[in-house]
Design a protein around this ligand. Structure first.
Ligand SMILES: Cc1cc2nc3c(=O)[nH]c(=O)nc-3n(C[C@H](O)[C@H](O)[C@H](O)COP(=O)(O)OP(=O)(O)OC[C@H]3O[C@@H](n4cnc5c(N)ncnc54)[C@H](O)[C@@H]3O)c2cc1C
Length: 260
């Protein structure tokens, strides 16, 4: 199954929730009235103000819940390192796999028929062992020890907008692993549609004009940003050296995701 990401729910008016939290800091209004009489323009102006000032605790007052399927356990293992998001993952203890378990095949394998054939044979062998272990009385919580990182899974993610911004910074970067990057792009697209002004500058740091990655110069987006001198020096580039031409930039996935 291919990656599927749906926005299951979000705070009723995410941008207004942020603006209202911010208004509490800057307005003499009583708490009963801080959420009253917003115009769309005022909400936009307040969101821009706190966003540009880096007053991002205001972004924590709005929540988004995503349903994700068609991803590997290799992905979810990385995902759950993001400690400010909440997760519920399909259990390998309570759900016994029947027949061949579903698994993800990385694109780097799909173009190599011999590798794919061996990979699929290995998955079939693991599946056979798993079924044999269950049949012998091994509980599912132990039979699953044989299941690989490739095993397909399903996960629900809930996060506030600030945690999402952090996640997008790290995982939509071209330096992130391909599968979690695809997930980040999909979540970014959905988030931007739901709350454009919260996520207008969301994405890898290059969206905001800099790159801290040591191997940044290898990235097709690197030429599109003004880079810190230290990174350029480390990469053996002069501070004012010519930038490489980048005809692929318009087709770049990051750019496409940011366009919504
Ligand atoms: C390209 C890439 C490669 C990676 N490679 C590896 C790897 O090889 N091995 C590996 O183990 N991990 C790896 N990671 C995972 C990485 O180390 C982080 O665990 C993950 O990116 C989550 O980042 P975070 O801790 O900043 O995020 P979060 O947990 O979402 O935290 C967000 C921010 O909150 C603050 N924060 C959260 N918890 C604490 C705390 N306890 N104390 C102080 N401040 C806190 C920090 O400012 C943090 O940046 C990799 C990540 C990326 C993007």
């Amino acid at each position: 199954m291919a990656l599927k990401v749906v926005l299951l729910s979000h705070s009723p008016d995410p941008e207004r929730s942020v603006a209202t939290a911010a208004r509490n800091c800057y307005s003499p209004r009583d708490v009963e009235t801080i959420d009253e009489n917003w115009t769309p323009g005022e909400v936009e102006a307040m969101v821009s103000r706190v966003r540009d000032a880096g007053h991002l605790s205001t972004f924590e007052h709005t929540m988004f819940t995503f349903g994700v399927s068609g991803v590997s356990r290799a992905l979810t293992h990385q995902l759950v390192r993001h400690r400010h998001m909440s997760y519920e993952q399909k259990s390998q203890r309570y759900i016994k796999v029947k027949g061949q378990f579903d698994f993800i095949t990385p694109p780097s394998m799909t173009g190599r028929p011999e590798i794919v054939a061996k990979y699929e044979a290995l998955m079939a062998q693991i599946s056979e062992f798993y079924a044999e272990a269950l049949a012998a009385g091994v509980p599912a919580e132990d039979a699953r020890f044989a299941l690989p990182n490739a095993a397909e899974t399903q996960i629900v993610i809930t996060a506030n907008a600030r945690a999402l911004l952090d996640f997008f910074t790290l995982r939509s970067c071209n330096n992130a692993q391909w599968e979690i990057r695809e997930l980040a792009f999909a979540m970014l697209r959905l988030s931007k549609r739901a709350a454009p002004s919260l996520f207008v500058r969301a994405g890898a740091t290059c969206v905001r004009g800099y790159c801290n990655e040591p191997n940044g110069p290898e990235c097709p987006r690197y030429v599109a940003v003004r880079n810190p001198v230290a990174v350029r020096r480390r990469a053996g580039l002069t501070e004012d050296g010519p930038e490489r031409a980048n005809p692929d930039i318009v087709a770049d996935r990051q750019t496409a995701a940011l366009a919504g």
